[in-house]
Design a binder for this molecule. Structure first.
Ligand code: NAD
Ligand code: HSO
Ligand code: ZN
Length: 432
């Protein structure tokens, strides 16, 4: 892990390190383009071939049906079932509170405007399953989709070596009332949901995190205009702002938690204390040795860095420039820093709020923008599965109030037919 001093970093250097570009970005984009094209032209056959090539499994059928899901789900151990139910209840409670009816606004007497929500009828959920199967992601996407009222929810996840899925994913499907799981992973799954194949239904919007192939595929699909996406939610990241009040052991544990997702994850420490940085480095060395995914975590840590800042304001400035997926404020001063946060996917406050809590069960969504996209995107929410349709209604007195302004503006734009649509009504409402 490199250590930078914020004061010695030029503006350009800060921009460069915040960009997170990797050498093989262009090669991945090209490969993903080929995969999308192959799925577009050969559909199910491409999915079967890629399952062999990338997941090492010869599939006979591209989905598990309700009966198979039921059988697999029945194997779940009792403690895991209870843990999933706890997470389910908290995520549901937090996301249900987002369903709000908006007030009608009378912008002028007789002119009312309002918005109503409608579910996106066909949505696709991608549940990662390359290096680790993530049933937590199934809850994070399935619960808001269900609350929003989406009619068709298509779920894709890479197949296990036995051509099935695990009992945790199957149990989540049961809880969510999802009757099929499509056994497709990577860019090919995203392409299948975007274009549709004989087995996989086409959807209007694709959700879910994934590795760089998945994220690149979602971006290419968005650019092609065939389907919408939630956001680029790629390799996990955490940025921790820690002062002397932080525990080096807790900070190291949080950095390693995101590092173990993949070698391309980033775990950034921003601290006002050089002593704390040194202690955290030591703790990382101590803790990493007993992690089953030590090699992956070590590669991510090597790809990460620490930044020493003079004060917490500098630390916030760096964090806002980086726009992390997850921001942990490991300081007792966290209240004062909240108003200074301008770019972050999800924020964890104080020394006792680990990011893992949000990954699984606090209630907030863990599908969040990465690679600096938190500057413009929010994480997944119930709203992500809804369209907001605007309505307006004008009464005769409202028409008299608003009409002249519209006529003048239409004339200024040289759009006579627009003006006429008002004028003709104003004339006919004279008698009202
Ligand atoms: N940002 C978020 O909200 C968020 C949330 C959860 C997980 N994540 C991230 O999701 C990612 C999950 O990654 P994963 O790899 O474990 O699972 P994944 O399901 O995203 O990807 C696995 C698939 O990638 C494809 N693939 C692998 N190597 C390939 C290659 N060389 N060429 C083409 N395709 C290839 C295969 O089809 C495979 O099935 C991690 O990076 C994790 O950090 C992000
Ligand atoms: N940290 C991931 C989001 O970047 C979510 C996750 C799922 N399981 C564990 N963690
Ligand atoms: Zn995680």
């Amino acid at each position: 892990m490199k250590i930078y001093s914020y004061t010695n970093l030029s503006k350009q250097k800060i921009e460069d390190i915040c960009l997170r570009t990797l050498e093989d970005d262009a090669a991945i984009a090209e490969r993903v383009g080929q995969i999308i094209n192959q799925v577009k032209t050969t559909g199910d056959q491409a999915l079967l071939d890629y399952a062999g090539q990338f997941d090492g499994v010869k599939l006979e059928r591209l989905f598990l049906d309700e009966q198979e899901i039921e059988t697999i789900a029945s194997e779940i151990p009792q403690d895991a079932r209870e843990a999933i139910e706890t997470a389910y209840a908290n995520i549901r409670m937090f996301h249900a509170a987002q369903l709000k009816t908006e007030d009608k606004i009378e912008t002028m007497p007789g002119v009312s405007c309002w918005r109503e929500s409608r579910p996106i009828s066909r949505v696709g959920l991608y549940i990662p399953g390359g290096s680790a199967v993530l049933p937590s992601t199934f809850l994070m996407l399935g619960i808001p989709a269900m609350l929003a009222g989406c009619e068709e929810i298509v779920v894709c996840s890479p197949p296990q070596k036995d051509g099935k899925t695990n009992c945790y994913l199957a149990y989540c499907a049961k809880l969510l009332g999802i009757k099929k799981i499509y056994l497709a992973g990577g860019a090919q799954a995203i392409a299948a949901m975007a274009y549709g194949t004989t087995s996989v239904p086409q959807v209007y919007k694709i959700f879910g995190p994934g590795n760089r192939y998945v994220t690149q595929a979602k971006q290419q699909i968005l650019a092609s205009g065939i389907a919408a996406i939630d956001m680029p939610a790629g390799p996990s990241e955490v940025l921790i702002i820690a002062d002397r009040s932080a525990s080096p052991a807790f900070v190291a544990a949080d950095l390693l938690a995101q590092a173990e997702h993949g070698s391309d994850s980033q775990s950034i420490l921003v601290s006002t204390s050089t002593e704390l940085i040194a202690e955290v480095m030591q703790e990382i060395d101590n803790q990493i040795s007993y992690l089953p995914r030590a090699t992956v975590a070590a590669a991510a840590i090597a790809n990460s860095y620490a930044v020493h800042c003079e004060n917490l304001q500098q630390a916030m400035a760096f964090s806002n420039a980086y726009a992390p997926e997850h921001l942990i404020l490991a300081t007792e001063e966290f209240e004062a820093l909240i108003p200074q946060i301008s770019n972050a996917g999800s924020v964890f406050l104080g020394n006792l709020t680990p990011e893992s809590a949000g990954d699984y069960a606090s209630g907030t969504n863990h599908t969040l923008p990465t690679s600096g996209f938190a500057k413009a995107y929010s994480g997944v929410s119930t709203d992500s599965f809804l369209k907001k349709i605007t309505f307006q209604h004008i009464t005769p007195s409202g028409l008299k109030a608003i009409g002249p302004a519209v006529e003048i503006l239409a004339t200024a734009e040289g759009l006579q037919a627009h003006k006429n649509a008002i004028t003709i009504r104003l004339k006919s409402t004279d008698g009202y």
